[in-house]
Design a protein around this ligand. Structure first.
Ligand SMILES: Nc1ncnc2c1ncn2[C@@H]1O[C@H](COP(=O)(O)OP(=O)(O)OP(=O)(O)O)[C@@H](O)[C@H]1O
Length: 255
């Protein structure tokens, strides 16, 4: 299968610290890829490089064969790389529906310039409800974003990300800060997106059961370098990964 996204020798240095160090990474079309690694391994920094929030010191990023290393973030989104919204980008005093409408509108402004104002309004509303349904948040459409539970806020972020209609979704720890009861719902949302089969998902997560359940392949980062890449089974059985990372988890450390 062709690679949709690839990095070559991707590196970023902060002062003397190599946060991402010569990482060769690739994702095939429609592959569900997870990135794991202990705290400080460079996972979020790697996402920031993919989405364009950071510029690499060295190396390159290729989207469907095109070198996008110097492309600014909005252009990368237009080309197909979507990064999940952080809740800080959500308007707390607007309703859930209004927040999704804003994201849909920003996308539709480009696609539906020819439609009349009324038709555009109707389309935006329909699309917003569709997205809320997809993330299992329909019943909260009229709630103020500020009043949502943490797990519901993460669902809202995913709805707003889906509104951008990018082929690639970068999800950075969607379950972070969630209570145990909230996790199954977000897992269901992600599984539904996967089963629809239209997106490439790259997921950073610490929850190993979730990784094993969802991923086609897993990349392990450790001290900024790529330690291993393979199927979930290969990763679980990999001795280097066991020693450097998973072993620590069995001893009760959070990875
Ligand atoms: N802007 C920055 N300036 C300096 N150092 C940074 C910067 N961003 C990240 N780092 C450092 O780079 C390393 C990797 O951080 P990063 O947040 O990418 O790790 P992570 O794998 O996502 O960790 P976590 O699982 O805790 O989120 C850390 O040592 C961090 O302190």
């Amino acid at each position: 299968m062709a690679n949709i996204l690839e990095t070559k020798q991707l590196t970023i240095q902060f002062g003397g610290h190599l946060a991402v160090n010569e990482v060769d990474f690739c994702v095939a079309e429609k592959e569900f890829k997870s990135i794991i690694g202990p705290n400080g391994a460079g996972k979020t920094t790697f996402f920031n490089l993919l989405s364009g929030q950071l510029t690499p010191t060295k190396g390159s990023i290729h989207l469907k064969g095109e070198d996008i290393t110097s492309m600014p973030p909005p252009m990368r989104t237009r080309k197909g790389i979507g990064r999940s919204f952080q809740i800080t980008n959500v308007f707390p005093n607007l309703t859930v529906l209004e927040n999704v409408r804003l994201a849909v509108q920003s996308q539709m402004a480009i696609r539906y310039q020819m439609l009349s104002h009324f038709k555009k309004y109707k389309k935006v509303t329909e699309k917003s409800y569709e997205l809320l349904k997809q993330v299992l948040l329909e019943d909260k459409a009229n709630a103020l974003a500020t009043n949502l539970a943490h797990g519901e806020k993460r669902k809202l972020e995913i709805a707003m990300l889906l509104a951008l209609e990018t082929e690639i979704l970068l999800l950075d720890e969607p379950t972070a800060g969630m209570s145990l009861e909230e996790v199954p719902a977000i897992l269901k949302v992600i599984r539904n997106i996967k089963e629809e089969g239209k997106k490439n998902i790259i997921l950073i997560e610490h929850k190993m059961d979730m990784i094993l359940d969802l991923s086609d392949s897993v990349t392990v980062l450790f001290n900024g370098t790529l330690l291993a890449d393979g199927t979930p089974k290969e990763i679980m059985e990999n001795e280097t990964v066991q020693t450097a990372y998973l072993g620590g988890m069995h001893n009760g450390h959070s990875a």
